[in-house]
Design a binder for this molecule. Structure first.
Ligand SMILES: *Cc1c(COP(=O)(O)O)cnc(C)c1O
Length: 366
């Protein structure tokens, strides 16, 4: 059993994927090949934004977005206390200060009340994260940001393919960013990422930033770096986009089956969705009593599991070393101690799922 079975995906879609790879190999247009612009166009229309800018990873998408929004030294950006570290460290890389705020108990996403409490005169923006595959409470966060004159970068690295009240993740805020790390819901065969926006000026700035700040050949107007999306990854992603919606439906089925199998085990809480949300189930993450004991049991039975994340961002040395006074984040602390992600991918079999559920029941003596 695999935690995320990328080999099975390749086996099923080998023809399309091999064709895409070989086309790029033979074309020799390894940088800025036509597949990059085609992918940008297809994904902008999938997400529902005017523009998309392909970059080398989700982290680069965050950094390019922050640079495009003209982050200045000392500027504070509020991010969740419970997320993958890049949502916070990208702010440091872009020269600002990340300020972790606590998350909601329901979905583990950024809590609008905690954000309100974390705003200072130095706050310039927010980075809500679509944790585990569902959007944060974007309507409330957008209203709050507008009221306080702040921008939003929606970190949709885990939630591309999900929606909130019919609006697709990646389309919220001034800029939405995503990652195509192989294990994400839409994954490349290596690192890749993308930024989405409706603002043509921000799009142009991000295009410039990902290419050494170049405005015309060897004219460098602003500070940029090499943040391009490889043609070969764009070609792989175009091929995978052909079956992405099908995979989203399969993921949803797997999640529903887990929900049924695990219902009634008092010691575990299955994931919940915020009102109006669908999830793309980047992770199927439980909250479990005696989590560490359960982890040990499942591992001893060779069931692959993962802990996303064992330590809140707000407690990571790279953040605490910034010397910010740490606002309490009790929900994040609790989640770090209780979360446990089960195998989740479109091709997980019913037999494997019932074995997993059976072992969880065994552990709790049910
Ligand atoms: C994966 C991830 C990133 C970073 O993406 P990379 O492509 O690995 O750089 C950023 N934010 C979140 C929430 C992620 O899950």
């Amino acid at each position: 059993m695999e935690f995320i079975d990328l080999k099975e995906q390749y086996r099923r879609h080998r023809e399309a994927l091999d064709k895409a790879l070989l086309e790029v190999a033979g074309s020799a247009r390894y940088i800025n090949g036509p597949q990059v612009a085609e992918l940008e166009e297809r994904l902008a229309s999938f997400v529902g934004t005017q523009a998309a800018v392909g970059v080398g990873s989700g982290t680069e998408a965050l950094v390019v977005a922050l640079m495009a929004l003209d982050l200045k030294p000392g500027d504070e950006v509020i991010c969740p206390a419970f997320t993958f570290i890049a949502s916070a460290t990208s702010v440091i890389l872009a020269g600002g200060r990340p300020v972790p705020a606590d998350v909601e108990p329901l979905g583990g996403t950024l809590d609008p009340e905690a954000v309100r409490a974390a705003i200072t005169p130095k706050t310039v923006g927010l980075i809500p994260v679509g944790l585990f595959g569902q959007c944060a409470a974007m309507n409330e966060l957008e209203a709050l940001a507008e009221e306080r004159g702040l921008w939003i970068i929606e970190d949709a690295a885990q939630s591309l393919g999900a929606a909130q009240n019919g609006r697709r993740s990646g389309s919220f805020g001034q800029i939405g960013v995503t990652s195509f790390f192989p294990a994400k819901p839409l994954g490349a065969m290596g690192d890749a990422g993308m930024a989405f926006t409706d603002d043509p000026e921000l799009a142009a700035r991000m295009q410039c930033l990902r290419s050494h700040g170049q405005t015309r050949r060897y004219e460098h107007a602003i500070l940029g770096f090499n943040g391009r999306l490889d043609t070969i990854q764009a070609a792989v992603l175009l091929a995978k986009l052909g079956f992405f919606e099908e995979e989203i439906r399969l993921r949803d089925k797997v999640a529903a089956a887990y929900g049924d199998l695990l219902a009634g085990i008092e010691e575990v809480r299955t994931p919940r969705l915020l009102p109006g949300n669908t999830s793309v189930w980047a992770q199927y993450t439980l909250q479990a009593e005696d989590r560490d004991g359960l982890v040990e049991h499942l591992r001893s039975r060779e069931i692959p599991i993962a802990i996303h994340y064992p330590k809140p961002v707000s407690a990571q040395p790279v953040i605490t070393d910034l010397g910010l006074t740490r606002a309490p984040a009790p929900v994040s602390d609790r989640l770090s101690a209780m979360v446990l992600s089960l195998p989740m991918h479109p091709y997980l079999t019913a037999a494997d799922q019932s074995r997993i559920a059976g072992e969880i029941k065994t552990y709790y003596g049910r």
